[in-house]
Design a protein around this ligand. Structure first.
Ligand code: DOR
Ligand code: ZN
Length: 344
């Protein structure tokens, strides 16, 4: 097959940043996706509805009028989030999830939650207003970095779902076979996003030919057995597993650094990379559900009516892309990509 036309997809998890960085990257997402759930971990973080609405305006202002794209905003949950903020968020009609970062679990999570019990009243308000909790699922203590997602399920997520039986939860960027099994066996209130990099890489990619900072992200890429479980799950047509790139731009100077930042930039080829995974798994016919139908259904959004066409046509990803005063090294830099946007 050389052409594939599907419902225009949604990216259910993306980092767009702000200012010059946002202006440099947002077009990559907006050209491929009709909508995107925009993460709130700016510095300082987006903690109020008023801030989210202003951030939304800045995103739209950075795009040319010719591109149709809807940013779906989120708020950053802190120990001090006022309960009343949840009603405001819902009433705005522009906030679609509240993001829970365990404090110090990942990039810009210093303002995250120290102890989930501190936000129980806020979670109750989220149930009342039917706003989903978007979860960074890693414990943030000194546990082995490859075990943090698995431990998070046992210590935090499972008890949380038990306690809040009507809370809708998106377990973001799952990276282990344990997370796959947990989501598949869970209730209809629990869904998960899967990134292209967790589908394409195993942890050897962190060390191949030398330390590879551009493959470092949180949750850290896991074993080949985990990758295979993720591919099997993503391509199985399961309606609670859907596309969320976790595309996370960092300047080259922050990645190629003794303290390199976590985050992989995939927005420049996101849909194309997923197409590669689905084709290799013999499941290209299931890409549309994963990319453009299940995510919006879980979030209670109307299905997109526009369509997008991908063409099987090899191209080489540039070694770097402009990023304000610096550059970004995109995923697959200097290497081949099998699919491209038909009008890209
Ligand atoms: O690798 C990551 N980068 N994981 C996250 O959870 C955050 C993200 C970022 O903001 O850079
Ligand atoms: Zn993220």
């Amino acid at each position: 097959m050389r052409n594939l036309t599907i419902t225009c997809p949604d990216d259910c998890h993306v980092h767009l940043r702000d200012g010059a960085v946002m202006a440099a990257v947002v077009g990559d997402t907006a050209r491929r996706f009709a909508r995107a759930i925009v993460m709130p971990n700016l510095s300082p973080p987006v903690v109020t509805t008023a801030q989210a609405l202003k951030y939304r305006e800045r995103i739209l202002a950075a795009l040319p009028n010719t591109i149709r794209f809807t940013p779906l905003m989120t708020l950053y949950l802190t120990d001090n989030t006022p309960v009343e903020e949840i009603a405001k968020a819902k009433q705005s009609g522009q906030v679609f999830a509240i993001k829970y970062y365990p404090r110090r679990a990942t990039t810009n999570s210093d303002a995250g939650v120290t102890d989930i019990s501190k936000v129980y009243p806020v979670l109750e308000a989220m149930v009342e207003h039917d706003l989903p909790l978007s979860v960074h699922g890693e414990v943030s203590d000194n546990a082995d970095i490859f075990d943090r997602e698995r431990l998070f399920i046992d210590r935090i997520l499972e008890p949380l779902l038990e306690r809040f039986r009507d809370l809708r939860v998106v377990f973001e960027h799952i990276s282990t076979r344990e997370a796959v099994a947990f989501v598949k066996s869970g209730t209809d209130r629990l869904a998960a996003t899967i990134t292209p990099h967790h589908l394409l890489l195993n942890r050897n990619a962190l060390f191949e030919g030398g330390l590879q900072p551009h493959h470092y992200c949180h949750p850290v890429i896991k074993r080949e057995t985990d990758r295979r479980a993720l591919v099997e799950a993503a391509t199985s047509g399961h309606p609670r597993l859907f596309l969320g790139t976790d595309s996370a731009p960092h300047a080259r100077s922050s990645k190629e650094n003794a303290f390199g930042c976590a985050g992989i930039y995939t927005a420049h080829a996101a849909l194309e990379l997923y197409a590669e995974v689905f084709e290799e798994a013999g499941a290209i016919d299931r890409l549309e559900g994963f990319a453009g139908i299940y995510g919006s259904a879980f979030y209670g959004l109307p299905r997109n009516t526009d369509r997008v066409t991908l063409r099987k046509d090899v191209w080489t990803v540039p070694r770097s892309l402009p990023l304000g005063d610096d550059v970004i090294v995109p995923f697959r830099a200097g290497k081949a990509c099998a699919w491209r946007l038909a009008d890209g």
